[in-house]
Design a protein around this ligand. Structure first.
Ligand code: AMP
Length: 180
């Protein structure tokens, strides 16, 4: 299912829960725990991502802390390639490279290990659950480049189109579900 069918889109979309005013007033938080505890929805989503990315000749999937770890690990395992965590500051034990950023509801910093992508000129897919303003994704793409790898695409389960987050991201962007 390289192109997502209408039926599959509905299965995934209907499994996402809206939580108003979390973590701040005015934010509608898109809760993906309700995809994770729904085996049909999770399998439908992961089958789609696996089929899309099988032909990309990827070397690694890099997932953003923390929900990007879940989808990214499953996808990396299905593609039989390595997984790299892009972590919040202060969590990785070895030498790191760091990037500060602003996102939909605050400021943060992410890091990767300096030797996270051992293969030369590695082809990397960046993945997270959601793109809002794009600040987090931009920091992730920048980190991948800083440590010498190529970010061939950034993938999101959800994109909040009205925030135009993908503008200015220095790679291709693919989002499974778009919210106007
Ligand atoms: P941004 O940097 O503004 O694109 O924010 C994206 C990051 O913040 C992702 O890691 C998301 O998990 C999280 N995030 C931002 N806005 C929301 C939202 N409305 N619902 C769920 N997660 C969000």
């Amino acid at each position: 299912m390289k192109i997502l069918t209408k039926e599959s889109r509905e299965i995934i979309e209907s499994s996402i829960r809206d939580i108003p005013d979390f973590p701040k007033k005015g934010i509608i938080f898109k809760d993906i725990t309700t995809i994770l505890n729904n085996p049909t929805a999770l399998k439908t989503l992961m089958n789609h991502l696996e089929e899309r990315y099988r032909e990309y000749n990827l070397d690694y999937v890099a997932g953003i802390d923390a929900r990007g770890f879940i989808f990214g690990s499953i996808l990396a395992d299905r593609l039989n390639i390595g997984f790299v965590p892009v972590r919040k500051k202060g969590k990785l034990p070895y030498t790191t490279v760091c990037e500060k950023y602003e996102m939909e509801y605050g400021f943060d910093e992410v890091e990767v290990h300096i030797d996270a992508f051992p293969k030369e000129n590695a082809r990397v897919l960046l993945i997270d659950d959601l793109i809002a303003t794009g600040g987090t994704a931009k920091a992730g793409v920048s980190l991948i480049k800083k440590v010498g790898a190529n970010c061939v695409e950034a993938c999101f389960i959800l994109e909040l189109d009205f925030l135009n987050g993908k503008d200015g991201i220095d790679t291709e962007v693919y989002s499974v579900i778009h919210i106007d």
